[in-house]
Design a protein around this ligand. Sequence first.
Ligand SMILES: [Zn+2]
Length: 505
Amino acid sequence: MHPVGRFYLTTPIYYVNAEPHLGHAYTTIIGDALARWHRLLGDDVKYLTGTDEHGLKIQQAADAAGLDPQAFADSIAPKFADAWDRLDIAYDDFIRTTEPRHANAVAELLQRCYDAGDIELDTYRGKYCVSCEEYYTDDELLEGERCPIHKRPVDTFEEENYFFRLSRFQDRLLDWYAAHPGAIVPEFRANEAIGLIRSGLRDFSASRTSLKWGIPLPWDPDHVAYVWFDALTNYLAAAGFGDGTDAYRTWWPADYHLIGKDIIRHHCVYWPAMLLSAGVEPPKGWAVGGWLLVDGEKMAKSTGNVVKPLDLVDTVGVDGFRYYVLADTPYGSDGDFSYEGLVARYNADLANNLGNLTSRVATVIAKKCGGTGPPPAADSPLAEHAAAAYEATAAAWDVVAPSRALESTWQLIRATNAHLETHEPWKLDPGPEVDRILGDALEALRIVTVLASPALPNTCQSIWQRIGLDGAVTDQRLPAAATWGGYPGDRPVEKGAPLFPRINA
Ligand SMILES: [Zn+2]
């Protein structure tokens, strides 16, 4: 069982060169649900997100908008915070890399790596993708010297830079990962990261002189920190690193960095090496997601296939959208977004299963139990379904597998609907038998409401109230709240409007 303690979870920080799109929402919703699950477990949770505001990409976007980079970043960053508020993302901290706390942390980390002798001055000439902020070797480029991710031509840069001696860290990284099995989930993504390390590590530049929009190196302010060196440090900065004390250790090392598969190299290779150099412990875990593709392509401003999450909310509601994101694609694999898929998933799992169960139970209680919910029986056949659903749901969240967690919870919904169809209480006369069937169904629904609340916070609160329970479902604590027998009975049950009206595609 998960020991109760602290849980520090991060999303990547998002570039402010564009407004929030479905890809951003995908990772942020996964993180929010995972954070909510850990709050149910009783953990003290810190869920961090934020914005990445330095670098050439931002400077160029600001130039195009006719603004200075800070004013440009100030105009975009609130759009992320606003989108997360509208998607019920309960983040605990939102960091912007233009904040002083972040600059202090970057300066501290750079200085520690420099003092350790792992950052040295050198000259570098190479092919550079501005969108990736990354050098590529010739064999990594697509035909026509194009970036393998952005498929756009790269530029040739030559710079005198400070280099981080990543090449010295191959053995230390392999040893560290060998000593921390399971740190990267899912496992096939761990194999990718280990493969990158085994294939040999090149030093990477830790600074730029061609760029002014960044954080100056403490020992040589003509250079600004390389954007990845800058960006990655946000995870430490938000824990308090760089304030001159060791207070950051309250939260550090982070439990999970949620990342996309395109930034494995930076997060699972560069980042732990930087930390080892600086004498800071690497994070405990990385959960690597695939891409939510649209028509088989990664969503990006440059490919013109951007889906805005808030437009989808108009169709299926906030919880309907959150559920789709969490349930439709196993985390780690690529998913393919389609409007038809969104509606089909909504109708099948939400309208026909959870919505139908809730309304059915309330309808029969109104007709046969005078609108008052009976208590469950201790020896209900649904009790073992509930215990199995909790075990499987918890095990799946434990390895950041939200689609499996929800599938496990939905097994209990299906078992409860089947229980009602077998016994057909709507055909029976009022009395103890009807009370027993409905009391059991209510108790199963209560447990479902707790287990599904990380995905569907609003809907679950609404069900909680409709079945006559007090307080907030988010105040429940697991595993006690999933233990059979918690529904007290003798509570008013109301039907209310349909939770998930069917959508005709
Ligand atoms: Zn690129």
